[in-house]
Design a protein around this ligand. Structure first.
Ligand code: KIV
Length: 271
């Protein structure tokens, strides 16, 4: 059996050094973790996209640390080979450094091996404190969904030169603060490639083009389980929602016709 993926092994991976791209998939429960593991992904992100794709909320602002810990625990109990990263939800790292470290520890005690948080230079004190508590941190820049109201919607970021420059400074600050990897979401490919080239830690892109050191997608998007129009960066590799609907419809029809349960699906008294 291959070894578990570790933070140092992820931190060391750069495509510019000839390493293979890092494959990151979200998962929120034990079956999802087992699928990600069996498929050979490198990192499972228990993302706060949980709020949208599992819990039916319109944005990621509706999940708290307890909800994230509940799902980190479900993923970790599958004992997956990929590294398990738990997303720190909105307001769990915005109030104080002490609060941030305690909330990160809750996710680690639930089974995360690292945490992720959104934002750049304003987050540096929080990142440094969490790293000092021996908890590895993954950064997240660009289109940061927890800033949906501040951004005025889910829009591609860093399209103008000053914003691209600010993104680069944020990325360098997060690396200096101790992040072991950095998610770049919803930014032009040239901007993501420039940040990737400027950093010694790997970048993980989502809607950030092919120049990153890895790619991340949401489980439900890859498998065709999510509702509504997907962003252009999503590629679906299955249509599980329609396959599941078809399977449940057949079972319902069998119940209604009396074809389910059959004799061999039934317990009988001995004798
Ligand atoms: O919550 C999430 O799923 C994420 C990824 C899309 C990067 O943050």
């Amino acid at each position: 059996m291959p070894d578990s993926v570790t933070v140092p092994s992820v931190r060391a991976r750069k495509r510019s050094r000839g390493d293979a791209p890092i494959v990151v998939l979200t998962a929120y429960d034990a079956p999802g973790a087992r699928i990600a593991d069996a498929a050979g992904v490198d990192v499972i992100l228990v993302g706060d996209s949980l709020a949208n794709v599992v819990l039916g909320h319109p944005d990621t602002l509706q999940v708290d640390v307890a909800a994230m810990a509940h799902h980190v625990g479900a993923v970790a109990r599958a004992r997956p080979r990929p590294l398990v990263v738990g997303d720190l939800p909105w307001m769990s790292y915005h109030v104080s450094v002490e609060d941030t470290v305690r909330n990160a520890a809750v996710l680690v005690r639930a089974g995360a091996q690292a945490v992720k948080l959104e934002g750049g230079r304003p987050r540096v004190p929080m990142v440094e404190a969490v790293v000092a508590a021996e908890i590895p941190v993954m950064g997240h820049l660009g289109l940061t969904p927890q800033s949906v109201h501040a951004m005025g919607g889910y829009k591609v970021q860093a399209k103008e030169a000053p914003a691209a420059e600010a993104l680069l400074l944020d990325a360098k600050a997060l690396e200096a603060a101790g992040c072991f990897a950095l998610v770049l979401e919803g930014v032009p490919d040239v901007v993501a490639a420039r940040v990737t080239d400027a950093l010694g830690i790997p970048t993980i892109g989502i809607g950030a083009g092919a120049g990153c050191d890895g790619q991340v997608l949401v489980f439900h998007d890859v498998l065709g389980l999510s509702e509504g129009r997907a962003p252009k960066f999503v590629r679906r590799y299955a249509e599980l929602a329609s396959a599941a609907t078809e399977a449940v419809s057949r079972w319902a029809a069998d119940v209604r016709s009396g074809a389910f349960p059959a004799e061999d699906e039934t317990y009988h008294l001995p004798g």
